[in-house]
Design a protein around this ligand. Structure first.
Ligand code: AMO
Length: 427
């Protein structure tokens, strides 16, 4: 008897063979002479049948949903079985008999969110988490192919990156510190040693927004490199996104289909992406009846309206400096415009922000003061402009926003196993 993973049975490698599978009871249906079990492991779900005259019958009768077990039997191809194969059970050994499992079909969305630790066993969450892991893998592959070095920035920080309103403060022994909102400033330090760097790390935002695209803790894919301009940046970002989407469509096709996601949407992501300036975006919105004026920041509804027109990923660049962070470089002849770029996708709006960083010490000091920040908090950051300053660019892409779009998820909370929002932090 060989111990196999369920995927191997479903792939047709075990037809007619005696096998053992180890997993959990996903569903159970009891008839007078036959018990149907759906058994799941990390790789899939297989139908198992237990006949009344089999030695496995008495154990099968005791089995409850989510009990763990080892089941031995013979694999049989059967077009009626989901996946085309079933195991005719000969022996069952119960490992952990489950108490009455609280998740049943009639349970509300609210309840399912409250028992996240159990809901993560669902087929849906299993598929999402696997695709998420693959997306992280493709991201690393792409950065590596472009000679980037992966680095590990700190999560405890002493000054804001993205403005004070979304900072989480904490007591660090007897000091006041914060949780990082972005690793950008630390990546900027590292370019002076490693040049092209990236990280995939958590970012924290004390954001009260209750939308389908906000978490208080999310995973941030951030890249930074020297001797590059806005066009290099946009080219890099679109190539990264196209690579991730195409690899996912190709390598995760089965999982995407089972999840009901649109594979063609992903395989058709091709470079170059459309690019419009902020000014053009404001004009487009005005044509749709929006009252937004030049200088205002876009809200979620504006972004969605713009994204509807393109129906695929696109860029908006050259934003008003006043709505962007202190580190954004501005045009010498147009100091009111920042060399900043957002990538947007349908339904979600912005999934990444990036730009050229201010590399002139005096201009940076002026921007820090104008934004009401304390110069002394950024002394080390100013050192980077004191000692061998270089033009450089970078961006941050929110992993969960990306997945929400890629997998057509209704809400960002399903893109991460343990979502943190204003109201959710359990377990
Ligand atoms: P920004 O603040 O725009 O820019 O964040 C970059 C990207 O992070 C994601 N994101 C979020 N995802 C989930 N929940 C949130 N609350 C949330 N907030 C942001 C989005 C967003 O596009 N340092 C700059 C980027 C740069 O210029 O390099 C930054 O953090 O996908």
């Amino acid at each position: 008897m060989t111990l196999v993973k369920i995927r191997e049975v479903l792939d047709g490698c075990c037809d007619g063979k005696k096998v053992a599978v180890r997993g959990w009871v996903y569903r159970k249906r009891e008839g007078k002479t036959m018990i149907f079990l759906l058994i799941r492991d990390s790789t899939g779900v297989i139908q198992c049948t237990v006949r009344k005259d089999s030695a496995a019958w008495s154990e099968a009768e005791r089995l409850t949903i989510e009990s763990s077990l080892t089941l031995e039997g013979t694999v049989k191809s059967d077009p009626r079985a989901p996946g085309g194969y079933e195991i005719v059970a000969e022996a069952i050994s119960i490992i952990g008999l489950a108490e009455l499992f609280p998740i049943t079909k009639d349970k509300s969305e609210q309840f399912i969110r409250d028992v996240r630790h159990l809901w993560l066993r669902s087929r849906r969450m299993n598929l999402i988490m696997k695709i998420r892991a693959n997306v992280l893998g493709f991201t690393r592959e792409f950065f590596k192919s472009q000679d980037f070095t992966e680095v590990s920035p700190p999560m405890f920080i002493s000054a804001a990156v993205e403005g004070g309103s979304t900072l989480f403060g904490l007591k660090y022994f007897d000091q006041d510190l914060y949780l990082t909102q972005s690793s950008q400033l630390y990546l900027e330090i590292l370019i002076y040693s490693l040049e092209k760097v990236y990280c995939i790390a958590p970012s924290f935002r004390a954001e009260k927004s209750r939308t389908i695209r906000h978490l208080t803790e999310y995973w941030h894919i951030e890249g930074e490199w020297p001797f590059a301009d806005m066009h290099d940046l946009m080219r890099f970002e679109e190539e990264l996104l196209a690579y991730i989407c195409q690899q996912t469509a190709d390598k995760c096709k089965k999982q995407l289909e089972e999840l009901g996601a649109d594979v063609t949407k992903l395989s058709s992501v091709k470079t170059p992406f459309p690019r419009i300036t902020y000014t053009e975006a404001v004009e487009r919105l005005a044509k749709k009846g929006s009252a937004l004026k030049w200088g205002d920041d876009f809200g979620y509804d504006d972004e969605k309206a713009l994204a509807e027109e393109f129906n695929k990923p696109f860029f908006i660049y050259d934003y008003p400096a006043a709505v962007k962070a202190f580190y954004c470089k501005t045009y010498r002849e147009h100091p009111e415009i920042a060399m900043s770029v957002d990538m947007l996708v349908p339904r979600i709006g912005e999934i990444s922000t990036g730009g050229v960083r201010e590399d002139d010490k005096d201009t940076l000091i002026r921007r820090i003061r104008e934004m009401g920040l304390k110069e002394e908090d950024y002394d080390w950051y100013l050192d980077l402009r004191r000692y061998g300053t270089v033009p450089h660019v970078g961006f941050g892409l929110g992993l969960e926003r990306l997945l929400t779009w890629m997998l057509d998820l209704e809400n960002i909370i399903d893109a991460i196993p343990f979502p943190r929002t204003t109201r959710r932090f359990y377990p």
